[in-house]
Ligand binder design. Structure first.
Ligand SMILES: Nc1ncnc2c1ncn2[C@@H]1O[C@H](COP(=O)(O)OP(=O)(O)OP(=O)(O)O)[C@@H](O)[C@H]1O
Ligand SMILES: [Mg+2]
Length: 253
């Protein structure tokens, strides 16, 4: 799905510049669930933005299904993003004046889905996430967990291949966190999604198939601490991936 090589990102800050990514190499397989951990300010969100075509690297290749997002024209990147990539954020990022239904429908506008079909699909997406009786509520009338469900419906209503989540449970209490992660895991499994999830929470990261750690703009991988989550990816390829990770870890000493 993704093949990144030598990805760097420098932000101009006054006269100086901040190196947010310093040469990231990363392959994300179709249907894989990758978690990314690491200290604050070390490049996790920057990497996710680049994976989602929300930002461009300063150098390097961001191959997404055979096309380099770093080189595509802006209109092309927008099209890829609208059709293929769903986002979920820590602060939900819903439009406060729109109802749950309208927030979800908004994701289908750039895809030129006709209005009647947008309404049906948005309602179905919300119903499938247990919000069938909340379609007309605005975000301020919903709990945090419900707002995150609306955001997940908005991300998935267009049936993207990829779901990128930046600390999706960061603003939720423990029970709601577990509920949202359970939901994401179910959606990942049922839909064969490719999922990259940034989290500070080790109990969340452990549920992924693989854990990457961003530190000082560099990405390394942890050896899975327990049997990896075998989802849509065939069991043998997960075992193969695991031994590659083990070999990498040994090579790095
Ligand atoms: N738009 C920007 N302009 C300038 N510097 C930026 C910008 N965005 C991020 N940075 C800097 O890049 C570095 C990496 O930021 P990033 O947001 O990727 O960190 P993070 O790992 O997601 O942190 P957190 O865990 O706090 O969310 C930080 O030093 C940050 O200050
Ligand atoms: Mg961040």
């Amino acid at each position: 799905m993704y093949k990144l090589s030598g990805v760097t990102k420098n932000y101009q800050k006054g006269r100086g510049s901040v190196a947010a990514l310093r040469g990231v190499d990363l392959v994300v397989e179709d249907g894989e669930w990758l978690a990314i951990q690491g200290p604050t300010g070390h490049g996790k969100s920057t990497l996710l933005q680049i994976l989602g075509g929300l930002d461009r690297p300063s150098a390097g290749i961001v191959d997404f299904d055979g096309r380099d997002l770093a080189q595509l024209r802006e209109t092309e990147v927008t099209r890829v993003r609208a059709a293929s990539i769903g986002f979920v954020f820590q602060t939900f990022n819903l439009v406060p004046t729109l109802s749950a239904q309208e927030n979800v429908e908004a994701a289908l506008v750039p895809l030129r889905v006709p209005a009647p079909s947008r309404r049906l699909r948005a309602a179905a997406a919300l119903e499938s996430l247990g919000l069938g009786d909340r379609l007309r509520h605005v975000p301020g009338e919903l709990s945090g967990g419900q707002q995150q469900r609306v955001a997940i419906a908005r991300a998935l209503v267009k049936e993207p291949k990829v779901l990128l989540a930046d600390e999706p449970t960061g603003n939720l209490d423990e029970d709601t966190r577990d509920e949202i992660i359970g939901l994401l895991e179910q959606l990942w499994r049922e839909r064969g999604l490719t999922m990259v999830l940034v989290t500070h929470d080790s109990s969340v990261a452990r549920r992924a198939q693989r854990i990457g750690v961003m530190k000082n703009g560099r990405l390394t991988f942890k050896k899975p601490a327990r049997p990896v989550n075998v989802g849509p990816v065939a069991a043998e390829s997960v075992v193969a991936a695991e031994s590659v990770v083990a070999a990498d870890t040994e090579a790095e000493g």
